[in-house]
Ligand binder design. Structure first.
Ligand code: PLP
Length: 639
């Protein structure tokens, strides 16, 4: 596989080489404690002072405070704590400070969660209110105008991490000024550093948190700007570092590295400017449009950072797109990295009023200001390859093929050949997707009622209406379907390959043998399919990365099976220890199981991207009675 193309810069960024060098220097040679009065300490203090001075200039901090924190989340806590403590004191002195904590509906969770947390802990009893945004993700200034007189604090980010939407900070400042609001104003500037001009002291902003790792410094270092005169309460008290405003021995490696990034920003030749980044964004967007012609961009480019693209492709879930990109070595994310583990639609896109298919199907592609033309060329080539791979049909091979479709906690089954398919009990939320898949593959979807014209005789003497598909017959029972090979109009028990639906057990025993694969409409004992003969073969065998090589050498006959989707395999075929894996997607396992069970001694090693799908496949096979089914723990990602 070719090297990674990292297009997830809004989640985090690689550390600038000069920042790595500065961090190493701070750990190796300049390792002193900046609070020490000896020469080693003084040399460390110089790094601290130089970095702070640079930060002041880059942020336009004027006489405001510039404090080093562990990152933006800490900066946000400190700002919220400072503002709420001040509100509490002013209220105790009889002042009316308003009753609302207003935050943009698309703020990072660190903001809304901090507001709720400190409001509860300090007993300030204010009401949290999300300020709505428009379809472009920009704050509704008309609503703010109404709320501002009642706001004790207002939190609005400079640019959104999921969409890149740039806030109208001048407009917000105007509304606050014109409404005579005394609210403290925090602006989360995490995504702005290096991408938007900053001149903080000349604004009304009281607090502005920053995070180093979003702009090529390491994780664990950030900055908090506090306007001169804005209230301040330390979050951490102790040894009095940072002038008593943030105790704890300073993260000197992080500060030195951040200093190198700030130096690069000041010097001005390392990072690309707005126009260059916008040209790169336009090339990426044009390539995405070519690769996925139905693509929709979720935020208008005129109001977004040129480094962020957020899009959806109708009929393709964000999970499928992420898997596709990942297989091609392109790292993108669905919304924010913090919510990547939750499969929920993006609350940011929901707040912009986008329909569910766009918020649930969203993919974020973000570049950093270090990107250059060669990088964008490579990214575009890989995106084109992803577009081609997506068109690789899921309905390959199979005579007939059997594919599982999951949705709504249920399973439907598609039986298909080269020209036709029959869809059995599809989950309702998958109807459109199935129709799109069949259309893209050029398959005619047979209406089973219209298609009922032939019949086959079954072993219980009954006759069942049937469809001929892929040389086999699909026979309809009162409570399900049988798929098998008929001989002279007779579908014998022993020739039944698959049973679909909850067929009555007595009938099942008369019309199918105990080696047939029973495909369920919902999990039965945690399984989507099983064989009646199945005995519990125990849990899936686990192969760890360090033992895989030895295992494969010892078992030369082992079958290596890539259970990712066909488009993932097309985007990045799987070769492990010099052996190419055969692609059988998890959704097509039921089709292949009979053949594998016929060779019970031959090990089957399942592999996928992360080890999740392969663990499911190995469990299904073991439970079906195959004692030699294995999963590769950690999957291809760790190989
Ligand atoms: N705010 C925004 C807009 C972010 O994108 C992030 C990072 O995901 C944060 C806050 C939190 O930053 P940190 O990781 O430095 O705590």
């Amino acid at each position: 596989m070719a090297s990674d193309i990292y297009l997830d810069a809004n989640a985090t960024s690689p550390v600038l080489p000069s920042a790595i060098a500065a961090a190493v220097e701070a750990m190796e040679a300049q390792f002193g404690n900046p609070s020490s009065s000896h020469a080693t300490g003084l040399r460390a203090r110089r790094i601290l002072d130089t970095t702070r001075a640079r930060a002041r200039r880059v942020l336009g901090a004027g006489p405001g405070r510039v404090l080093f924190t562990s990152g933006a989340t800490e900066g946000i806590q400190t700002a919220v704590l400072s503002a709420l403590v001040a509100v509490r004191e002013r209220r105790a002195a009889g002042e009316d400070c308003g009753d609302l904590l207003v935050y943009g509906a698309t703020e990072h969770k660190a903001v809304s969660e901090s507001l709720a947390h400190w409001n509860r802990l300090l007993g300030t009893g204010l009401t949290l209110l999300a300020l709505p945004v428009d379809a472009a993700g920009r704050h509704r200034l008309d609503v703010l105008r109404d709320l501002a007189p009642r706001a004790a604090m207002v939190c609005t980010m400079a640019a959104n991490n999921e969409t890149g939407a740039i806030s109208d900070l001048d407009g917000i400042a105007r509304v606050l000024r014109e409404s005579g609001s005394k609210a403290y104003w925090m602006v989360d500037c995490v995504q702005a550093l290096g991408k938007l001009p900053l001149d903080l002291a000349n604004t009304r902003i009281d607090y502005a948190p920053f995070s180093g790792h979003k702009l090529h410094a390491p994780k664990g270092i950030g900055i908090l700007y506090v306007r001169d005169g804005a209230p301040y309460t330390p979050l951490m008290i102790g040894g009095g570092q940072e002038g008593g405003q943030r105790s704890g021995t300073e993260n000197m490696a992080g500060i030195a590295a951040l200093g190198a990034v700030l130096a690069a920003l000041e010097e001005g030749t390392t990072f690309r400017g707005h126009a260059e980044l916008a040209a790169m964004r336009d090339r990426l967007a044009a390539t995405l449009r070519d690769a996925f012609p139905a693509i929709v961009f979720n935020a208008p480019f005129e109001h977004t950072l040129p480094t962020t693209l957020n899009f959806a492709v109708p009929g393709v879930s964000s999970k499928d797109l992420l898997d596709l990109f990942d297989a091609a070595g392109v790292r993108v994310s669905a919304g924010s990295a913090c919510s990547a583990a939750k499969a929920a639609p993006s609350y940011v896109l929901d707040a912009m009023g986008l329909p569910l298919w766009r918020s649930g199907g969203a993919v974020r592609l973000s570049i950093g200001p270090l990107a250059d033309d060669a990088f964008v060329d490579a990214a575009c080539a890989r995106i084109r390859h992803c577009g081609e791979a997506l068109r690789a049909s899921r309905f390959k091979d199979g005579s007939p093929g059997v594919m599982q479709v999951s949705g709504d906690g249920r399973y439907g089954w598609i039986v298909f050949d080269a020209t036709t398919c029959v869809v059995i009990d599809p989950p309702r939320d998958q109807l459109e997707r199935i129709a799109a898949l069949a259309r893209d593959a050029g398959l005619r979807v047979l209406d089973v009622d219209v298609a009922d014209h032939a019949t086959v005789e079954l072993d219980d003497g009954s006759h069942a209406p049937c469809i001929v598909i892929g040389g086999a017959v699909l026979a309809r029972l009162p409570d399900g379907w049988l798929l098998g090979d008929a001989d002279a109009g007779h579908l014998r028990r022993t020739a039944v390959r698959h049973v679909f639906g909850a067929v009555d057990a007595g009938r099942l025993a008369r019309v199918a043998h105990d080696g047939a694969v029973i495909c369920h409409g919902a999990d039965v004992d945690g399984l989507a399919w099983a064989t009646p003969r199945a005995r519990d073969g125990g849990t899936a065998g686990q192969l760890h990365q360090d033992t895989l090589d030895v295992f494969l050498r010892r078992h030369e006959d082992a079958l290596l099976v890539d259970v990712r989707e066909a488009f993932e395999a097309a985007a990045g075929p799987m070769v492990l220890h010099g052996r190419a894996a055969r692609n059988v997607p998890l959704s097509r396992l039921a089709e292949h199981v009979a053949g594998w069970l016929a060779e019970p001694a031959r090990p089957i090693v399942f592999v996928c991207r992360s080890g999740n799908r392969s663990a499911k496949a190995a469990t299904l096979l073991r439970r079906a009675g195959h004692a030699q089914a294995w999963t590769v723990v950690g999957g291809l990602a760790l190989a």
